[in-house]
Ligand binder design. Structure first.
Ligand code: ADP
Ligand code: ZN
Length: 626
């Protein structure tokens, strides 16, 4: 490539970004990736969810001659992806098992005639002789292998067909290939390179930070009420996902939210296929629905305007937590990841590992992953620093997590912890067997319940030595002790608490216990939270909107624009975000463009959409009053 070529490519790439996609500038590594692939290079792209992977192959496909072939396992999404591209004026189509023979033949003819810019194909479809021959006869701009971590046999998204994709390189050695994934770890990366024969590909590793996501982890006190406060208080009318560990809980929470006036649907593997896809479709197409789900829901949900992800049960690992929370805020607008967790989560997770039939090595790995997750939940320092450090990235305090925004009070809990340990010890000594958390805490707090008296524990030296702390505080201390392995739970014997080798060091005064001072999340009330969650984007470093009146006018226009989008989307049979993203509507509401030219300057308004909706929008803004 000569410098001249690279200049031309740069100019063209930027022009397409502006004109077709309506964006002013590339984000992060996008520019280098586009330039590299457009010039014919292979690439491995690692970018977090919402980082902007699609443009990395879409723009090179538009620059290069021929059709860009996108391999993706997410058949359910192809229709929406193609709709979105067509809305932008890009000639796109897909081939997968959901098409009838007629429709497929139409697409094949378009490929053969060189009438497509982008073709989305399911891997099993691509590998059929028919499809390979079809592509033999076509000019191919590039191959994009999306969700490339599906080659990994160790991951939970493994797709055997992905292993055969190395055939692309053998068959079309001169066509550039770009593999993309949001899975960060080094092992997966090596597997992708090996299995897809990408040894000579350039690797582009982005920061995995998602600055627009605000992380919050609260102590579980009254989880339903806390969830309701969170959703109604900060995210009323917005789309979100609530993750629960079990199907029964999913059903219960979905019903309960609905009864509280928050539109919510359940999603889990126990529902029949038709119900599941109906719920998914509604979630994608309607504004402001809450999906209550097990982790069966999520892979490939690239709805850009999910404003919050809430966890009512703790994920088993930081990877899981990051993947699930990553589904919030793909459009770059402020979003929140919220989790309520408590003693029961810690006990339950430890239990799953202890009782699992897996071999020791697997248990060790699971246990280490859980420890990292617990560390994140318990930390009194910046959550984001912890998260990124887990993925090998160094960073400083973020200013957009609960610990940065409301620094927790550190607490030296060494004394209470020692009291708790001795109480566990004394009780066992007196009775010859152990007791569970509730009993131990009752003894500590000097509550002479019937059971306590029956066992004579009201006569122990530890009876009442912890009356100064509330039950919540004791549970927090115990949670911390279990999290750190200073107390174990005997799952085989009614969850009784037992001391560990590590307990002794604490009892002997050789180590201390530092933790956050427990406090219940009182929930943020409507109004304040709602404005905050939308108004201040730490990502953009934006200031909270000044002045209540101006703020209200923007808000009112934004709602009208959403209404307009809803109607337009329904009329066109596409999800609302295919028309415009929230970020674009917000930009319009804030700037109130009075001409097509001003409208075109808003991010996300490209040439085609300006043509299609410009006049209508200017009219709507004009009629909306100042
Ligand atoms: P990923 O596939 O990495 O999760 P997407 O390609 O879906 O991410 O992009 C996430 C969001 O960011 C989309 O809404 C997309 O339109 C937007 N986006 C991507 N690149 C840019 C850019 N350069 N400027 C503004 N918005 C962008
Ligand atoms: Zn922080």
């Amino acid at each position: 490539m000569t410098p001249d070529d690279s200049d031309t490519i740069d100019r063209e790439a930027l022009a397409i970004l502006n004109r077709v996609f309506g964006y002013a500038s590339f984000r992060g590594l996008q520019h280098s990736i586009v330039a590299h692939v457009a010039a014919g290079g292979d690439a491995l792209v690692l970018m977090p969810t919402g980082g902007g992977k699609s443009l990395c192959y879409q723009i090179p496909a538009l620059i290069r001659d021929g059709v860009g072939v996108v391999v993706s396992p997410l058949i359910a999404l192809m229709q929406d992806q193609v709709d979105a591209l067509r809305e932008l004026g890009v000639r796109a189509a897909f081939l997968n098992s959901s098409l009838g023979a007629r429709e497929a033949a139409t697409v094949e003819r378009a490929v053969a005639a060189g009438e497509l810019d982008l073709l989305y194909v399911a891997p099993e479809r691509l590998l059929t002789p028919r499809c390979l021959e079809l592509l033999d006869g076509a000019k191919i701009a590039l191959f994009a292998i999306d969700e490339a971590h599906c080659v990994s046999q160790w991951g939970h998204d493994f797709r055997p067909e992905y292993l055969q994709l190395a055939v692309l390189h053998e068959r079309w050695p001169r066509v550039p290939r770009v593999a993309l994934t949001a899975t960060a770890d080094a092992l997966t990366r090596r597997e992708i390179v090996a299995k897809l024969a990408l040894e000579s590909a350039r690797e582009f590793v982005s920061s995995f930070d998602r600055p627009n996501i605000r992380y919050r982890i609260v102590e579980k006190v009254d989880p339903k009420r806390q969830l309701l406060d969170f959703v109604a208080g900060s995210h009323a009318g917005q789309a979100g996902i609530v993750y629960c560990a079990s199907r029964a809980k999913v059903d219960e929470i979905a019903q309960w939210l609905s009864a509280q006036g928050i539109p919510a649907l359940p999603y889990h593997a126990g529902l029949d296929n038709a119900t599941r896809s109906a719920h998914q479709a509604r979630f994608l197409r309607e504004d402001g629905l809450v999906m209550v789900a097990t982790i069966a829901f999520g892979m490939g949900i690239d709805k850009p305007d999910v404003r919050f992800v809430a966890h009512l049960d703790m994920p088993r690992s930081v990877e899981g937590y990051y993947q699930e929370t990553g589904r919030a805020g793909r459009d770059g607008e402020p979003a929140e990841a919220w989790m309520a967790y408590g003693l029961a989560d810690v006990v339950q997770q430890r239990r799953l590992i202890d009782l699992s039939e897996a071999d020791e090595a697997y248990k060790r790995v699971s246990s280490a992953k859980l420890d990292a997750m617990l560390g994140l939940a318990e930390t009194i320092d910046c959550r984001r620093v912890r998260l990124l450090a887990y993925f090998g990235e160094a960073s400083g305090p973020c200013g957009n997590c609960d610990n940065c925004l409301e620094p927790p009070e550190p607490w030296d809990a060494t004394e209470p912890a020692r009291k708790l340990l001795s109480c566990i010890y004394r009780v066992r000594q007196a009775s010859g067997f152990g007791f569970g958390a509730q009993h131990i805490i009752a003894v500590l707090r000097g509550q002479a319940s019937e059971r306590v008296r029956q066992h004579g524990h009201d006569a122990l030296s530890t009876f009442g030595i912890g009356a100064d702390l509330s039950e919540t505080e004791w549970r927090a201390v115990l949670r911390q002790l279990i999290a750190q392995g200073l107390v174990a739970v005997d799952h085989a014997r009614h969850q009784v608490l037992v001391l560990t080798d590590a307990s002794r060091a604490l009892l002997r005064g050789e180590r201390t216990l530092q933790m956050r001072r427990p406090k219940a999340d009182v929930g943020r009330r409507a109004g304040r939270g709602a404005r905050r969650a939308r108004g201040d984007s730490a990502a953009a470093g934006a200031q909270a909107p000044a002045g209540g009146a101006a703020d209200a006018a923007v808000e009112a226009l934004f709602e009208r624009l959403r209404e307009w989008r809803r109607t337009t989307a329904t009329a066109r049979g596409v999800p609302p975000y295919v028309i415009f993203h929230d970020a674009t509507l917000r930009g319009i509401a804030e700037r109130r463009p009075a001409s097509l030219e001003e409208l075109a300057a808003v991010g996300g308004v490209g040439e085609k959409k300006l043509d299609a909706y410009g006049a209508e929008l200017i009219g709507l803004i004009g009629s909306a009053g100042p």
